[in-house]
Design a protein around this ligand. Structure first.
Ligand code: ZN
Ligand code: ZN
Ligand code: ZN
Length: 379
């Protein structure tokens, strides 16, 4: 699998006009996007977040002849912006000098507007300076306009998520060899982090190694606990590929023979994860998938130990819309990609199984394919 996603349609030139139309439909005059996943989604430009303002302005428009989008960048970032995928778009790139006021520049070019959407991850520094430069303008979150577009992955985005899934699957395939009694969680996490990069990611996002009682804390990271025979070990790992798309996959392992009660609820968990995946198809509410995971766990008496939502959307961010959680009546659509990750955490140990799935035209596809059977390594 090639890692250079350029030219595969990940960031198509048509996206700017799609986003302009979504902005107008959301009742906004413009989106103001600083470096982060929104800017990358719209232009492909993976810009650094700096105190100097980089800001894409996309005026809302449903016509071919509406106001033109423009990208404001510090002069010293101009070559990088022009060399990025944004440089191949029909997009004016405006450099500002160290002595210019880039907020006044944005405000002046925007003109008389009523409401703008700011990227959800914009720094307060920039939110407040934009408010000062545009005092009469209402600020809302850009996700009002972008969330549906970003949540429905294109075939190229699904391919990028599949490549990320395959890369993290290759890491999981190596984990049994690193789980030996006497090693610490941190030592195993270091091996995993190295492999996340070696298998094609551009960065390591997290390497959770939670052994024994630490496994009962869903977001325990990795500590100095020494692995012991009889431990169950929750390994939840992910990174970001050069494409910008993320991986996230959990498997639970056992070192030697695990406690009998663990083995029993691991099977319940596996059945629940299968049931939740099987519930995924267009038209089903996100909360119904959460309920499908919860039902067998509750029926087996472990409901009180499943303490988090069933999943989260994934794409250019590890956690994004749609969230698979009770209370979210949002209906699944083809292209929605999210985790299915039920867990059971009784206290002395815990277990979680997580795959990324994508909603297809008539069901679902798992983007992680590494075995979900309990893997018992020699104690
Ligand atoms: Zn998480
Ligand atoms: Zn995870
Ligand atoms: Zn996750």
């Amino acid at each position: 699998v090639g890692h250079n996603q350029e030219g595969t349609g990940l960031f198509p030139a048509t996206r700017l006009s799609e986003v302009a139309a979504a902005t107008a439909t959301a009742g906004l005059d413009a989106l103001l996007l600083t470096p982060g996943p929104d800017l990358r989604y719209v232009t492909g430009y993976d810009a650094h977040q700096l105190e100097r303002l980089t800001c894409l302005v996309v005026p809302g428009s449903t016509s071919q002849h509406g106001p033109e989008p423009f990208l404001v960048v510090p002069r010293l970032e101009l070559p990088a912006a022009q060399a990025s995928p944004a440089g191949r778009l029909d997009l004016e790139i405006v450099g500002w000098d160290e002595t210019d006021d880039p907020y006044a520049l944005v405000a002046g070019r925007l003109g008389d507007v009523g409401a703008v959407g700011l990227s959800d991850r914009m720094w307060a520094l920039m939110v407040l300076r934009l408010r000062a430069a545009l005092p009469a303008v209402r600020q809302v979150l850009a996700s009002v306009a972008l969330r549906d577009l970003r949540a429905r992955k294109s075939p190229a985005e699904v391919a990028a998520l599949l490549a990320a899934g395959e890369a993290i699957d290759r890491v999981h395939a190596q984990v049994p060899g690193w789980l030996r009694p006497g090693r610490t969680e941190r030592e195993v996490a270091a091996d995993i982090s190295e492999a996340i990069l070696a298998e094609g990611h551009a960065s390591v996002d997290f390497a959770i190694v939670a052994s024994g009682p630490n496994g009962a804390s869903p977001h325990h990271t990795a500590a100095d606990r020494v692995l012991q025979t009889g431990d169950a070990v929750v390994v939840d790992i992910g990174g970001t590929m050069p494409s910008g798309y993320c991986s996230d996959c959990t498997r639970t392992y056992a070192i030697g023979t695990p406690p009998a009660d663990f083995t029993a609820y691991y099977q319940v968990l596996k059945d629940a994860q299968d049931a939740a995946c099987a519930a995924v198809r267009p038209g089903v509410a996100a909360e119904a998938v959460d309920a499908a995971a919860r039902e067998p766990i509750t029926a087996a008496g472990f409901g009180q130990f499943f303490v988090h939502r069933t999943g989260h959307g994934i794409g250019l961010e590890t956690h994004e819309d749609p969230y698979i959680v009770a209370g979210n009546a949002e209906v699944l659509q083809p292209g929605h990609a999210f985790s299915i990750e039920p867990g059971i955490y009784p206290g002395a140990h815990g277990a979680r199984i997580e795959d990324i799935v994508v909603c297809t035209a008539d069901g679902f596809e798992r983007l992680n394919k590494v075995s979900r059977d309990l893997i018992v390594v020699a104690g």
